[in-house]
Every structure is written in structure tokens, then in C-alpha cells.
Write a protein that binds this ligand. Structure first.
Ligand code: BYC
Ligand code: FE
Ligand code: FE
Length: 471
């Protein structure tokens, strides 16, 4: 069953050749995907050789192969993690029963919706990042951008496989719709709010891969627990690729911080703008923006949808199967801060209805860990300032806090106050113009732009000055 077929038109380990109907449907979708990639994928370098990693297997060892490829020739494949024999539904009302190998009729709509939501983010991110190839700070960074992009493309393939394999005509229609919506399009936008935001510069790109891809990690991890086994296995393998995206973001931000800290130490008291560096205040503004938008992606704090997903065994908690907790999540509560009479108060909510918040807690903890690392860079360079995450109530667009305004310390403030202080908390037009002015492409092997430190390591054991893209 899990034998890998790399020679098929669509590389896969799902025995595609024995399901002629499915194979035909996917092969019909393939040219539309390539058209989408050409139109809405990276705006440049489509005809250049890029040193890319391609998934070719699902074993922990040797799952990927590195080599030069032109992006439109990338071998996007369908790979599911190996089936665990005897796996049971890990949580919810049917905990302990054998996992679903097919879609239970009563959960068809919700499952389709979860999968479509997940799928939609993958091409959206590629569209959002489309223009960044014009301003890459090094060849290695350019390559990393493309690596992330092609793998988001593969994640779309993974979800489209599930839709076409398990949801018949509806699934095929959804697969077509996924290539029709566009990030930021006024008439036909992407589904989740943050996937319509522009990502115009590399400070935003590293913030995006740090914060938004990290939402991806936690959502995929929750779906990797699913009692719908094909979804669990698909997400398990996607997480293998996701680790690199997260490290591009976390390390990218650390490299910007390191460079800024270096410049501050060499030129005490100077405005980094005069030196071509990125002032910490701009880094903080980018964190404020992308972190708060990423928090929205977990959904409402109190959610009956989330309770239904959990009850049905479709979407679990982070590392649910590994935890020794009670997997029913019944007769338990979680304290959620809500707004009542213009004040924040604690309310006890049945745990199942607070599943979005449980996942958001794990996410915030992971972000805090990364922030500690960036702050160590500042400390080492002798800087006094520190970066921080705003409180979870700040700058939210949905859920309990979406209808009010808060400052980064999490205190309720008036609408007028919030709008008055925009320039203090988010990048201004002038900030953006400045970022644009320093982000000139730097594409000679071994060279790095002045606003970011070089990476400590290259890719696949290659040195930093390797020709990662043959320009
Ligand atoms: N924007 O009960 P609620 C990734 C809707 S990132 C707009 O609060 P629920 C990646 C919701 O649909 C991971 N609408 O939340 C990263 C519902 O609509 P209806 C993506 C939103 O249902 C970087 C209503 O509001 N994967 O992979 O628990 C690069 C009330 O919903 C938003 C997933 O998200 C929003 N942010 O939904 C590349 C996993 N949030 O019923 C890739 C799949 C909620 O009123 N998705 N709504 O019409 C899910 O599991 C869930 O649908 C959500 C939360 C996490 C989105
Ligand atoms: Fe992805
Ligand atoms: Fe990703």
C-alpha cells in the first residue's frame, strides 16, 4: 500500500495507478495547477535552476532528495505517512474505536470544510510571497523562499488528493475553487483573513514564516491526531516539510536582530536608518502585526465548531495521542477572559468549547521560546531593549476580542486611542518606504545584504557561498 511510485505522472505512495478514476481526475487538475503556479507563483526565476529539496519517500531517513530543478518542473507528489496498524480514534466520543479509513457520512460536511480551510492557505501563502524574489538578501534566502513556495504547492496537492479521493464531485469542485480564489482579491479572496494580507518585504516574509507557518504547524499537528486516518497521515508527513519553513522564519528573524544589534553596538546612539539597518522598533511592529493576525487563525476562543470537531474525533489537541490526559475532555472547564460590561473577566467554559484556545496556548508558548532566543542576541550584543509578543487580546479581528480594542499590554482602550496609536504599533508608510529602500537584491554567491546577518549554516551541508540559484 505505501509503496512509492516516483515514475507516475504524479509521484505518490497511494497506489494511484490502481484507481483509474481518481488518477484521471488528478491528472486533469494538474495542468490547471501548473497554470496557477505560472500566473500566481514566484514572479521571477521560473526558468532558472534552483537547488531544491523534493519529497520522494516517507521514511524518517532519506525522505528527501536535493538537486537543481526549474520550479515548474518540480515533482509535486502525494505522500501519506505510513499507516499505523490497529490505530484507534485517540479522543472524543468514539475514542478507542478503530480509526475511520473512509469519510463517515455524518461528518462529511465538516471534514470537507476543515480540509478546504487547510488547503486554501497553501496557495494563498505562495500568492502573498510572489514578489519577494525581486529583493532577496542572498542567494540562499532566495532559494529558501522558493523551497517554501514549492512545498506549500505540495501541501495543496496533499489536500486536493483528499478532496478528490474522498469527496467525489464536491471534492473536485472544491479543488477547482482552490485555484480560483486569490490572496487579497476583492471579489474572490482566500478564506482565512490573514491569508489576504500583503507580504511586501523580507521583514514581513520572515515574520510570516515565523508566525503564520507556525500556525500551520499547530493546525497540522491537531489534524495529525485525527480519527479520519487519511487526514492524520497526510498531515503527519506535511509536518516533516513544515519544520524547514519554521526555521526559515525563526532563524531569519534572529539574523535580522543580530545584524541590528551589531550595528547598535558598533555605532552607539545612531539611528540604524543612517546605517542601512533595521531599527528594532520596526522589527517589533512587524511582530505586532503578524503575531496578532496569526492568533486570529486559531478561530474563536469559545467555539461550538471546535467542540463538534473534537467530539467527532476529527481534530484533537496538540500531541493528544502522546499525552496521558483524559481524552474525552468532558466535565472539565477552561478559564477564558471575556469582555463583560466593558471589563475583562474570567469565564469558565466547557473544555471542548475551548479547544481553539488550548491550541492557541501551545502556539503562544512556542512563540515565546523563539522570542527568548532573539532577545539573547540583543543581550549578547549589550543592547538594553528587548522584543516582546503583544498580549493575545491585542489587534484581533474575530473571537471574544475582535469587537474591542486593546493595547499591546492587553488593556482595553477606546477606539480613538487605538487608532491614534497605530503609527506606534504598526509599520507606517514611511517605515515601508524605508524597508523598500534598503531591500535591494543581493545575488552574488556568498554576498549578503547589509540589513541582515548571514546564516551560520547553508543547506544540505553546502556552504553559504554555494550557487543555490543559477541566475
Ligand atoms: N478568518 O468557531 P469559530 C497553514 C470563521 S496555516 C476568517 O470561531 P472554527 C499555512 C469560521 O470558519 C493552518 N474566518 O472557528 C501557514 C466560522 O465560519 P462560519 C491552516 C474565520 O470553526 C502558512 C466562524 O468564523 N489550517 O497551514 O473553530 C503558509 C466562526 O468560527 C477565521 C487550518 O486552519 C479566520 N481566521 O475555525 C502556508 C486548519 N477563523 O461557521 C500554510 C483547518 C474562523 O460562521 N481549519 N473563521 O461560516 C480549522 O480547523 C478551523 O476551521 C479554524 C477555526 C482553525 C479556521
Ligand atoms: Fe503548508
Ligand atoms: Fe509552511
Amino acid at each position: 500500500m505505501s509503496d512509492v511510485d516516483l515514475l507516475d505522472k504524479i509521484p505518490n505512495n497511494v497506489d494511484l495507478k490502481s484507481d483509474r478514476k481518481l488518477k484521471r481526475a488528478l491528472e486533469r487538475w494538474q495542468p490547471d495547477f501548473i497554470d496557477w503556479w505560472q500566473q500566481s507563483g514566484p514572479a521571477e526565476y521560473q526558468d532558472k535552476d534552483i537547488y531544491l529539496r523534493t519529497a520522494i519517500d516517507v521514511d524518517a531517513e532519506g525522505w528527501a532528495q536535493f538537486g537543481y530543478t526549474k520550479m515548474p518542473d518540480y515533482r509535486w507528489g502525494i505522500f501519506l505517512a505510513t499507516e499505523v496498524p490497529g490505530r484507534v480514534i485517540p479522543f472524543g466520543d468514539q475514542a478507542g474505536q478503530p480509526v475511520y479509513r473512509d469519510v463517515p457520512g455524518e461528518y462529511r460536511n465538516v471534514l470537507r470544510r476543515i480540509i478546504v480551510n487547510q488547503a486554501d492557505t497553501e496557495p494563498a501563502s505562495v500568492e502573498q510571497q510572489r514578489r519577494l524574489s525581486a529583493t532577496a538578501p542572498s542567494l540562499l534566502d532566495l532559494r529558501n523562499l522558493f523551497q517554501v513556495n514549492v512545498e506549500e504547492g505540495r501541501h495543496l496537492w496533499a489536500m486536493v488528493y483528499l478532496l478528490q479521493r474522498f469527496f467525489g464531485k464536491d471534492g473536485r469542485e472544491e479543488a477547482d475553487e482552490l485555484l480560483r480564489r486569490r490572496a487579497g482579491d476583492a471579489d474572490c479572496p482566500r478564506i482565512l483573513n490573514a491569508f489576504n494580507n500583503p507580504c511586501p518585504d523580507w521583514l514581513s516574509f520572515f515574520s510570516f514564516t515565523m508566525f503564520m507557518d507556525r500556525d500551520g504547524k499547530f493546525q497540522l499537528a491537531a489534524l495529525a491526531e485525527s480519527g479520519f486516518d487519511p487526514l492524520a497521515r497526510t498531515c503527519r508527513f506535511m509536518l516533516t516539510e513544515e519544520a524547514h519553513h519554521l526555521s526559515v522564519g525563526e532563524v531569519g528573524m534572529a539574523r535580522i536582530v543580530r545584524r541590528s544589534a551589531e550595528l547598535m553596538a558598533e555605532h552607539p546612539g545612531r539611528d540604524l536608518r543612517e546605517l542601512g539597518g533595521i531599527p528594532l522598533e520596526l522589527i517589533q511592529k512587524s511582530i505586532n502585526y503578524w503575531f496578532s493576525y496569526s492568533l486570529d487563525l486559531f478561530g474563536g476562543e469559545i467555539s461550538s465548531n471546535a467542540a463538534d470537531y473534537f467530539a467527532a474525533g476529527l481534530k484533537g489537541r496538540f500531541k493528544e495521542e502522546q499525552k496521558e490526559t483524559e481524552h474525552g475532555a468532558l466535565n472539565q472547564v477552561k478559564r477564558i477572559r471575556v469582555i463583560e460590561d466593558g471589563r475583562l473577566v474570567d469565564r469558565e467554559v466547557p473544555l471542548r468549547n475551548a479547544m481553539n484556545e488550548c491550541l492557541r496556548d501551545c502556539y503562544i508558548e512556542d512563540c515565546e521560546r523563539a522570542l527568548r532566543g532573539w532577545n539573547r542576541e540583543l543581550e549578547k550584543a549589550g543592547a538594553e531593549v528587548r522584543l516582546r509578543l503583544p498580549e493575545r487580546t491585542f489587534h484581533r479581528h474575530l473571537g471574544e476580542y475582535g469587537h474591542a480594542h486593546f493595547n499591546p499590554d492587553g488593556e482595553l482602550i477606546s477606539d480613538i486611542d487605538f487608532h491614534r496609536r497605530q503609527d506606534e504599533w504598526f509599520l507606517t508608510d514611511a517605515d515601508r518606504r524605508y524597508l523598500e529602500s534598503i531591500m535591494k537584491p543581493c545575488l552574488e554567491p556568498g554576498k549578503i545584504a547589509g540589513w541582515i546577518a548571514p546564516p551560520v549554516k547553508g543547506v544540505d551541508g553546502k556552504p553559504f557561498d554555494f550557487e543555490y540559484v543559477r541566475i
